[in-house]
Design a protein around this ligand. Structure first.
Ligand SMILES: [Zn+2]
Length: 451
């Protein structure tokens, strides 16, 4: 098995890669103008001549397209799907993204799109050490979003075996009988799975599992380290979406590689209304890159993913790949401003998963930002599950949490000092968190302030 899935592209030097990207930018922009009603109008209204978009830097001059833009240009808002960029005879599947509000966004995929998506996952699998001998249980769901299906297609390209459960509630015999070498899931699903399998008498660290692949949500270094310790194997991140990101961490664990020949990523700061330079944090804005002659069902130019990240490096990685690496993206929807500092769900998670805490906790938590006792004050209520709340050292857990949480939060440190910001840490028994009673994706950090 080669170290790379597509070595010529994955290890191409920067000049070669840039000219390949620019060639695809030109084809993609021309394709958008010819095939999509939305983009034709978009170029016209913004006074852009598509022929002037020659290199990827030219994309920085174009406006940003948001999820809302897509919704506004599909039924019931318009009679047709204006983002659709191919004839129905070429549409292979219709996908929907589970929008946080309103109608889901519709995505049309051609077989070319599926093949490109699978190519991205195949590269990522190989970069994580996968090969034909691997048997992978996929716990990610086989639904209207593309992750699980694309991984399955990618596995076919690599000769891997897939066990497509689509859920994480499979019986322990799956582990003992098929001896899978990897599981794809989310951090919390895989933690719960470990817990359950151990209750069923399986020694997790002694199973056939060699690696875990997580995706679908951001997580802290601390929760990854805990999961990795629990299973006794490395945990690799993938960042995929129906929109066509699909970046993966290689075994160097040095950021997520962006498949730069297939998707172009820029970082945009909505507050500054400008693109930012490498190393600075902002929203990941993506542009589909089509190889000459291929077809796309839904094309995206300068699409705001609403996920925050920063470019970590464009230098060659120790794995030999030249494609740029980004930080683990975080959801903008999970970021809240508290007294002048931004707080993401991952900051709370990092505090909970402090190694010393994990002798008492199982990792399940939820936090609520609430009005404080004094005017303008804020209280963060954190509930964490604990096997034995009566004997656990709550003060110790809370101190560790607060100590880590306040790191790099210069405003909150002061407010904590004068008590206008406080943390109320509460230990509950497993299963007692409020989020277990709610349907849908658990909301681990919620803002319940009155204003
Ligand atoms: Zn690498």
């Amino acid at each position: 098995m080669s170290k790379y899935h597509t070595p010529g592209i994955e290890t191409m030097d920067r000049d070669g890669l840039d000219s390949l990207i620019d060639e695809r930018v030109r084809y993609t922009v021309r394709y958008a103008n010819e095939r999509s009603v939305f983009y034709r109008h978009w170029f016209e209204t913004n006074g852009i001549n598509p022929d002037d978009i020659r290199v990827h830097e030219d994309l920085l001059q174009l406006p940003i397209v948001s999820g809302r833009t897509i919704r506004e240009h599909q039924p019931p808002n318009t009679p047709d799907f204006q983002f659709l960029s191919t004839g129905w005879e070429d549409v292979f599947t219709i996908q929907e993204t589970s929008g946080t509000s309103g109608t889901p966004k519709s995505f049309f995929l051609t077989w070319d799109d599926w093949k490109r998506y699978a190519e991205k996952y195949a590269r990522s699998f190989v970069s994580q050490g996968f090969g034909p001998e691997d048997r992978v249980v996929v716990c990610a769901s086989y639904g209207l979003n593309v992750g699980a299906n694309t991984m399955t297609l990618a596995a076919q390209k690599l000769g891997m075996t897939i066990i497509p459960f689509g859920r994480c509630d499979f019986a322990s015999r799956v582990i003992t009988a098929y001896r899978p070498t990897a599981i794809v899931g989310s951090v919390f699903k895989l933690l719960r799975l470990a817990e359950r399998l151990e209750q069923e008498g399986i020694r997790i660290k002694e199973t056939s599992i060699l690696r875990l692949i997580v995706g679908g949500e951001s997580f802290s270094d601390e929760s990854r380290a805990y999961l990795s310790g629990r299973w006794g194997c490395p945990v690799y991140n993938t960042y995929g979406s129906t929109e066509g990101t699909m970046c993966g961490e290689c075994t160097e664990l040095a950021g997520l590689h962006v498949p730069e020949d297939l998707v172009h990523l820029d970082i945009y700061d909505p507050q500054m209304k400008a693109f930012v330079s490498d190393g600075n944090c902002g929203r990941a804005v993506l542009t589909t890159l089509l190889p000459e002659g291929s077809k796309a069902g839904t094309l995206l130019l300068n699409y705001d993913t609403e996920d925050t990240t920063a470019v970590l490096s464009r230098e060659r990685c120790a794995c030999g790949r030249t494609h740029m690496r980004i930080f683990n993206p975080q959801r903008e929807a999970e970021t809240f401003w508290i007294l002048g500092d931004s707080v993401n769900r991952v900051d709370v998670e990092a505090g909970v998963f402090q190694p010393e805490n994990m002798q008492f906790l199982n990792g399940e938590y939820e936090a609520f930002i609430c009005d404080g006792g004094s005017p303008g004050g804020v209280v963060m209520r954190v509930n964490a599950e604990c096997t034995d709340p009566e004997t656990a050292d709550r003060r110790l857990i809370e101190d560790r949490f607060v100590g880590h949480f306040l790191k790099n939060k210069k405003n909150l440190v002061q407010h904590y000092g004068d008590r206008s910001f406080s943390v109320l840490f509460n230990l509950v028994r497993p299963g007692e968190l409020e989020l277990h009673k709610l349907r849908g994706r658990p909301k681990r950090l919620a803002d319940r302030r009155s204003v």
